[in-house]
Design a protein around this ligand. Structure first.
Ligand SMILES: [Fe+2]
Length: 223
């Protein structure tokens, strides 16, 4: 079973079954995918480490793409490893960072993942403490994504991103200039790639959009 949810932001209640009842549907061998802003590799304090140890005891695997609220210095200190066809960082044995531009096979389905996003509140944050330039993808990551999609003949089952493609973003916030480069890249992915459904987060709202797009926040959707 695979469940997808949106931004977690290091909020422990996002793993509380009473507050997020869909978690009760996840058991041994299942997967919860967080569509960015996981935020539990952020403060590097004891409480955070303890909570990651709590997550390590869950019967299911927590997979997350990165958003614009991640500590990229810490995230990239974890060794680069391969998992189910793509590059990952293992935070714990069952807490795994899915990287940008990768294609993974999970329960026989192909997932293309592409994290990253722009922080509209970055003026309130401090570089290296609460904001990182790596929140926006690099040219190498954009290119790697296209190369990996090409290897899979531009056909996957699901696409998981933090940000939205340009045409979808235009339905939500027509004025989204700072992030446009990423939105336009994702639009190109949308045009070139066959997929069943695309899930994204980032905007802290829940909504479906034409063309098989779903924006997620705290809801969980089983696929
Ligand atoms: Fe967020």
């Amino acid at each position: 079973m695979i469940c997808i949810t949106g931004d977690v932001h290091g909020w422990e209640w996002r793993f509380d079954e009473d507050r997020c009842p869909y978690l009760k549907g996840l058991g041994e061998g299942d997967f919860l995918i967080v569509a960015g802003d996981f935020g539990f590799v952020f403060l590097n304090d004891q409480r955070e480490r303890n909570f990651l140890d709590t997550l390590a005891k869950l019967p299911y695997t927590v997979l997350f793409i990165d958003g614009n609220h991640e500590n990229f210095d810490t995230l990239f200190k974890y060794p680069l490893e391969m998992w189910n066809g793509g590059k990952v960082h293992f935070i714990r044995e069952n807490v795994i960072h899915l990287m940008r531009g990768q294609v993974y096979s999970i329960e026989g389905k192909k997932f293309f993942t592409f994290g990253g996003g722009y922080s509209i509140d970055k003026y309130l944050r401090r570089e290296g403490v609460s904001w990182w330039a790596e929140e926006m993808p690099s040219l190498a990551e954009y290119e790697e994504g296209m190369k990996n999609l090409e290897k899979h003949s531009f056909k996957v089952d699901y696409i998981i991103t933090h940000a939205a493609p340009e045409s979808v973003m235009n339905m939500i916030f027509p004025n989204h200039d700072p992030e446009k480069e990423l939105n336009l890249y994702l639009e190109r992915v949308k045009q070139l790639t066959g997929f069943r459904h695309w899930y994204f987060a980032h905007l802290h709202m829940e909504e479906d959009y034409p063309g098989n797009f779903t924006m997620l926040y705290t809801n969980g959707i089983f696929i």
